[in-house]
Design a binder for this molecule. Structure first.
Ligand code: KG4
Ligand code: ZN
Length: 333
């Protein structure tokens, strides 16, 4: 697919300062410095605090990443970074740092749409993933079904009309005091719970492939507000039932899109794809329908910079490189 050039990637769109270095297909370093501890007390990411933390950390993380890969800055052949979507102040830190490096060593500089990064993430560990395929991209800000006919051709089939799937986890978790970020917190609390214990809606929209999660979130909070003192509902049952409703909703539109298009390969990405119940149900669907399935590992589903490296590498096949930005095709957001 590509040669053994050394590519440096940056991802600072939200609350992770992430830097990766790849040599061809080999992931040399995948540094992810999370700001969860900093934002936890606020119950969500505070944009100004996030950009400040990126600015404070990025230089040290860059140097330790180079050291861990046993490389000098002059060994880098290509520099890539996320340029959005995300928190502007956070993006600017990574973008400017990455571009300065590219300028200083006079090497090509690529910017990558964050969601294209998530889309490309399965390639980090398995470069056999090939279009055509349909992918389910589920993060804190996006919920998208994307048809990838060929590399660079991304057709948005469905999206959320209100909250993203990750947002639905995060907001309910904050309401219940379950912890931050909400997805992993709800997954953990729900372990051993009965996913069928509480009847929650599986919201539908007019458009067959679009999503809506705000009604589900309201139904769950109403359920809690109306609980009777005698009701025998555990935290585990509640969390498992809420998770199940999100996973079922995600799957139903996705399955329809796969059936309608007749593709033989499916994929996924974004933080919510780290969810074990979602992964289990995606795998069962693929097995039943004999589809190829490409999922990034949970660690590579959440934000990381290796996904930015592989997205940029794919673009290298078709674009001339120069010091000016070469922006990869962006999914409509
Ligand atoms: O892609 P990501 O790391 O950052 C954004 O681009 O937003 O996704 C973060 C989202 C958060 O909403 C978080 O709660 C959710 O992914 N998440 C999960 C899990 N791990 C992270 N949701 C459900 N189950 C998980 N295990
Ligand atoms: Zn993301």
């Amino acid at each position: 697919m590509h040669d053994d050039k050394i590519i440096l990637g940056f991802e600072t769109s939200c609350d992770e300062t992430a830097i990766a270095i790849m040599k061809g297909d080999e992931l040399l370093v995948n540094t992810i410095s999370s700001q969860i501890d900093i934002h936890e007390k606020f119950g969500g990411v505070v944009p100004e605090v996030a950009s400040r933390a990126h600015a404070e950390m990025i230089r040290n993380i860059f140097h330790s990443s180079l050291n861990n890969a046993n490389l000098q800055i002059s060994d880098i052949d290509i520099v890539s970074t996320t340029d959005g979507p995300g928190l502007v102040g956070s993006l600017v830190v990574g973008y400017n740092f990455a571009k300065s490096i590219a300028w200083s060593i006079n090497k090509p500089f690529f910017t990558v749409d964050h969601m294209v990064g998530h889309l490309a993430a399965p390639l980090i560990e398995n470069n056999t993933m090939k279009p055509p395929f349909i992918t389910l991209l589920v993060s804190g800000g996006h919920t998208q079904i994307v048809f990838v006919e060929e590399w660079g051709s991304y057709q948005l089939l469905g999206t959320t009309i209100d909250d993203a799937a990750g947002e639905a986890f995060d907001k309910l978790s904050r309401f219940c005091g379950f912890g931050f970020p909400g997805g992993p917190a709800i997954q953990k609390i729900g372990e051993g719970g009965d996913p069928a214990k509480i009847e929650l809606p599986r919201p539908k929209t007019k458009h067959a492939y679009n999503y809506s999660f705000s009604g589900l979130k309201t139904a769950a909070t109403n359920f809690l507000n109306n609980l009777d003192i005698d009701d025998k509902v555990t935290r585990a049952d509640f969390a498992a039932s809420y998770q199940e409703a999100i996973v079922d909703s995600l799957l139903s539109n996705f399955v329809k899109a796969v059936k309608d298009t007749g593709v033989k390969s499916i994929s996924g990405g974004g933080g919510v794809m780290a969810n074990s119940r979602l992964r289990e149900k995606m795998n069962i669907f693929a097995e039943e329908k004999e589809l190829n399935i490409y999922l990034p590992t949970p660690k590579l589903s959440t934000d990381n910079a290796a996904m930015i490296c592989v997205a940029a590498q794919n673009n290298l096949i078709t674009n001339d490189m120069n010091i000016d930005d070469v922006r990869l095709n962006s999914i409509i957001t």
